[in-house]
Ligand binder design. Sequence first.
Ligand code: PEP
Ligand code: MN
Length: 361
Amino acid sequence: MEQTIESVSTVEALLQKRPLIISGPCSAETEEQVVSTATRLAATGKVDILRAGIWKPRTRPGSFEGIGTKGLPWLQAAKKASGLPVAVEVATAKQVEDALHFGVDVLWIGARTTVNPFSVQDVADALRGVDVPVLIKNPINPDLELWIGAMERVQKAGIKNVGLIHRGFSSYGNTEYRNAPMWHLAIEMKRRYPGVMMINDPSHICGNRTNLQDVAQTAIDLDFDGLIIESHIDPDNAWSDAKQQITPERLGELVGSIRWRNEDVASEEYHAALEKLRQQINNLDDELMQILSQRMKVAEKIGQYKKDNNITILQTNRWNSILERAFAKGEKQGLSKEFVTKYFDAVHMESINHQNKIMNS
Ligand code: PEP
Ligand code: MN
């Protein structure tokens, strides 16, 4: 089935819906599984688009690498049975061709592809002259330029409807998350490209079922445009990403219990109160900057003494005692250890730079 103009424009309209909810299995496994996931998702009334991986970029060879092109007609069947448009991950020109040939409505570029400009360009070239929405996942490493680069390549190929998916960033070792959300990076993308839809992927951020709801709620509180969450009729026995998938009914409950927020309200009272508080924040920020600047001037004086006495800038003992004091005080003031560490690291680095200038002047 070739994509018709009509089917594209309906999907375009659907993509305007907020919040936009995409769900479905990590991987298409059998026709029965795809069709029944789709119909059960549609029955919840909470889902707008069905997702299913056909080609799976697995980290290590040997695990299930996707059912391949033969799964595409299953998606057509699922769409017919459920009425949900379908989205698929593509990583090569051939996959784009096959997906479009079988009438896939939305394409997405996975995190392992976004990191590679050659692959993204290959996909982008295959998209020339095609009118299909494309969602671009963040690269696995925390590099905004790569994410932006992928978006630009796809846009330059003439794709008008481009969206972003925030799926977290990989890091070494065990952490609370499979992929650390690093929310500030997604927020920075939203700031730079306010017109581009940003969807959150709690499944690949969490890597388990436990934290899905919290991550989804955080994304909605941060004014994300929607969610993509993996679901499976038999999550424990899924052929990929079993630990993070949930049943279609659980997905319905999860979406149903999210507290939706308004970006704005018309109330004058609310705006006046908010304006007052924002002014307070501005004043406090100004004071903080002044105090920080004073702190740097003191650091420069210390630098001068160290220079006169030919002493190293960094003194580990002193630095440890500053941190210990800060942790103890911070805890009493309700500041997290993580924040105190980041803040003092930044302040310390700036102090060292100021002292360096003095020492070497
Ligand atoms: C997926 O969506 O199933 C997937 C492989 O995700 P990511 O590219 O975010 O790892
Ligand atoms: Mn997955």
